[in-house]
Design a protein around this ligand. Structure first.
Ligand code: ZN
Ligand code: ZN
Length: 465
């Protein structure tokens, strides 16, 4: 019997625990931490999971083998049940630098990082889904393995790659997750871009900039010439390519010829081949700049986000599940919050209706959507059919990676969206456990994608910054 489009036990779990779950999401929000350093969030997740049916949950230091309670915890993995199928419900824990803001309807900066991508809500959607599903699995004697993964570093592009190295996704039959956003909730696939991110260092010779400039070899000159080369490169790459850079060290003072300077690049493109080609040509620009300035050049590939192979049948399945689950019911206060926030951000009154500010979920399924940014959920798609459903949880009109998202992610607007999205994940996974035909269909589709091996994609050596 279903209640509110959910197995009755899943529904019951949410009825009993929604408030606690909101507190957990707010706790993660109030302690924003950068990717791979998600200590508080991991501990809060561990505490929630262990008190809600996952006594064997572990805190893992991703990438160094799964360990318990290490000094620098950063991911949480919890499991229930045994045998096949193995279904993964995946969350995120990390925040973004410089995006701290109050949970108020306006700009109220808080120094330091903030949940400007709403990952505390992803954590809550996955946590709620896993706890509710575990409860239902026990009540109904469901066979199979549920694995909750709270991943530590989507924003630094390495969280899931490190977990993949630990084998966390290797035996999964399906992996599902949700990401919030200032658009309507949708379970349609959305392709992203691939990234190869590089940190490029130049070493020259220091000198007095006025006294003996001829004795110096400026590492900053090299950085600038590399950037100049890349600006010219832009014209001669395919249209899907994007390049962004940040000078991470430009020397100490104008009157010192800097013997060290560095620049970080994100090379993005629509597929693994284009992005590799782009990265190699960026490296050539660096080599050329080193030649011109008589400096030494050290390129380091710091992370990869590979092509995300979207499993369309899995999305369609989750869409159908989501259609049965009632939409979020926003209150007048929620609409007022969203309105004030957008007005504060734009500096003008908005003529948007309540429904435009906090839209209902998308009711139609139109298949593959326009390209979005990128996510390391891509990594999971090399191991099993993966769906990354998205949207809801912040006011329409908010830009991505923004303080308006931080504000909403600490408010009931974000929490309500995360609860509903979690219900979609929980019910989707619950029904999938008893639906081998669905799993077979997703795998049959997966085989048509001709996915290269993960090792092949990661054949370039990744180094720490
Ligand atoms: Zn983000
Ligand atoms: Zn994100």
């Amino acid at each position: 019997m279903k209640v509110n489009g959910l197995n009755k036990w899943i529904n019951e779990w949410y009825e009993q625990h929604e408030e606690e779950l909101n507190e957990y999401m707010h706790d993660v929000w109030a302690h924003p931490e950068l990717g791979l350093f998600t200590k508080h969030a991991a501990e809060a997740s561990y505490a929630f999971a262990t008190t809600h049916g996952f006594p064997d949950a572990i805190i893992s230091r991703a990438g160094e083998g799964v360990k318990t309670n290490t000094e620098n915890p950063n991911a949480v993995i919890a499991e229930y049940g045994s045998g096949k199928p193995v279904i993964g419900i995946v969350g995120e824990l990390d925040a973004l630098p410089g995006l701290g803001n109050g949970d108020v309807p306006g700009k109220a900066p808080i120094a330091g990082p903030g949940h400007g991508c709403g990952h505390n809500l992803i954590a809550g959607a996955a946590m709620g889904a896993a706890c509710a599903l575990r409860y239902a699995m026990e009540k109904e004697g469901i066979k199979g393995t549920l694995r909750l993964v709270e991943a530590p570093g989507e924003e630094v592009g390495r969280g899931k790659a490190l977990l993949a190295k630990d084998g966390v996704f290797s035996d999964m039959d399906l992996a599902i997750m949700w990401h919030p956003g200032p658009n309507e909730f949708s379970a349609e696939p959305q392709p992203g871009l691939c990234i190869l991110a590089g940190s490029f260092e130049f070493r020259g010779k220091s000198a007095h900039a006025a006294g003996a400039p001829w004795a110096g070899r400026s590492a900053l000159d090299a950085v600038q010439l590399m950037n100049m080369g890349c600006e010219f490169l832009r014209e001669h790459v395919t249209k899907d390519c994007l390049l962004h850079y940040q000078i991470t060290n430009g020397g100490g003072a104008p009157n010192i010829v800097p013997d060290y300077a560095s620049v970080k690049y994100f090379c993005r493109a629509a597929n693994n081949e284009h992005v590799k080609d782009l990265y190699e040509r960026v490296v050539k620009c660096g080599e050329g700049a080193a030649h011109m300035t008589d400096t030494e050049f050290e390129p380091k590939l710091i992370f990869i986000i590979p092509y995300f192979y979207q499993n369309e049948p899995l999305y369609k399945y989750l869409h159908d599940i989501s259609m049965e689950i009632p939409d979020v019911e926003y209150t007048e206060e929620d609409y007022e919050f969203a309105r004030k926030l957008i007005e504060d951000y734009t500096g003008a009154a908005t003529d948007k209706s309540n429904e435009e500010l906090l839209p209902a979920s998308k009711k139609t399924y139109e298949g593959m959507q326009e390209r979005s940014t990128c996510t390391d959920a891509a990594d999971m798609s090399y191991f099993c059919p993966t769906a990354h459903i998205h949207g809801g949880g912040s006011a329409a009109g908010s830009p991505g990676h923004h303080w308006t998202i931080t504000a909403c992610s600490g408010s009931p607007i974000g929490q309500k969206a995360a609860v509903r999205a979690g219900k979609v994940l929980a019910e989707g996974a619950f029904e999938a456990f008893g639906n081998q035909a669905l799993i077979d269909e997703c795998w049959a589709f997966q085989k048509t994608l001709n996915i290269p091996s993960y090792d092949e994609v990661y054949s370039i050596e990744i180094k720490d910054e």
